[in-house]
Design a protein around this ligand. Sequence first.
Ligand SMILES: [Fe+2]
Length: 410
Amino acid sequence: MNGRQLVLNKNAAVRFQRTNRIITRVLVQAPVRGGSLRITSWAREENGSLVDALAPLANGGDLIVSDKTTLGRFTSAGLLVDDEHLSVPVRIECPFEETYLDCEAPSALDEAWRLNPTVRFPLKERTREGLARVIPSQESESYRGLALARSTVPLPPGVSWVWFEGAATGWLSGYSVASEIADQLQGLSEQSTDLPLNLHPAAQAGLLVHDGAYAERRARLESEQESVAEVFERNRYARIPRLLEKPLADALKLYYRALVNEGYCHRGDNQVANRFTLHNEPFAILLHEALTPIAARLARQALKPSYVYFASYFDEAALEPHVDRAQCEVSMSLLIDYKPLAERALSPWPLIVKRPEPDAPEMFVNLSPGDAVAYRGCELLHYRPALPAGHTSTSLFLHWVPAAFEGPLD
Ligand SMILES: [Fe+2]
C-alpha cells in the first residue's frame, strides 16, 4: 500500500465508440489538479483488456480494477486520482450587486432612467446552433462522468450573464446576474419607472442609464473608439486601453487562474511548449461574441468571430516571429493576468509587432490586465521575447474574419 486513496475522477469525460454495439475505442479527457488536461485513447485492437475494464462505466456501473498494470494506466490517464489531484468545478462570478454594494443609490429613478440600450443577455438570446457551439451535444454518444468544465457554460446554477457597452470607463462590461434579476431587467420597458429597490446597484453598474449622462458617456466612448480605429487603419495595430471594465477584468483573472490551477488546460501546443491552452473555451466564446461589434467598429468592416484561444505562458516561454492564418484577419490579444504585477502597472513582457514594409520598425506593445491590442495578424509579423524568469502571462487571442468569409472558422 502506498497510502494514496485513488478515486474515479468525476470530472473526466469518457466517450465510448462502438461498431455493431461492440465498444471499439474509449476516449478519456481528464483534468488533473496541479497538472493539466490528460487526453488518452485506447483502441480495442491494442488495448482490449483496458477497454473491457472500462466497459461497465458505459452502462452506469463501477470501475473495478484488479491488477497493477491497469491501475497504473488509468492513473496516468487521470481517470483515477487521489484527493489532492481531484479538480473542483470552476465557475465565473461577477455579481454587480456586490461590486456596487457600498455605492449610494441614485437619488431617484425617474423617467430619464432606462435599461442601457446595449444590454445583451447572451444565454437567452442564443440560437439552437449557437448554444450547441458552447454546450456540445452529448446525446449522440454515451458519456460517463460529469462533462468537463470546458464543455458547459461555467456559471453557477440559477445564474445568467449580461453584457453591455461603455457605461463607465471601460468599453465592455459584463456581470453575472441571478436569473430572476435578468428577467426583471429584460422586462423593463423604456418608460418603466417602477423599479424594484434591488435594481439600484444596477444603475451604479451602468445597466440602467440616465439619459443625459449616458448620452455624454456614449459620445466620449464613440470618439475614443474612433481614434483607436484611425490608429488601427494607419498602423494595422492599435492599443485598446481598458477594453474591459475592471470588475469584468478581475473576474476573468480569477476564473482563468482557477482553470489553470485545477488542471483543465492543455499543456503546450505545436507553437509553444511552455503555455497552458484552451481552444474555444465556452466563456471565451461568449466574450468573443460580445466584442464582435467593437472589433467591427475598429476595423470598419463587417466581421464574424472565427475562434478564440486561451494561453497562459510560464517558464520563460517565447513566441517565435510569425504571421497568422486566414482565420485571424482581425485579432485582439487581451491581457487577462500577469504575475508579478503591481495594480494598474503595465506588463513588462511586450508583444512586438512589425509591419511588412522593409524598413518598418519593431513596435513594442505593453498592456495592463483588461487592455488589449488589436492587430491584423495575417499582415503583421508578431512575436514575444522570452518571458522573464518566474513570471506568468495569461491572454485571450480573439480572432475575426470578414462576414463573407467562407473558409473553416476553427
Ligand atoms: Fe499569432
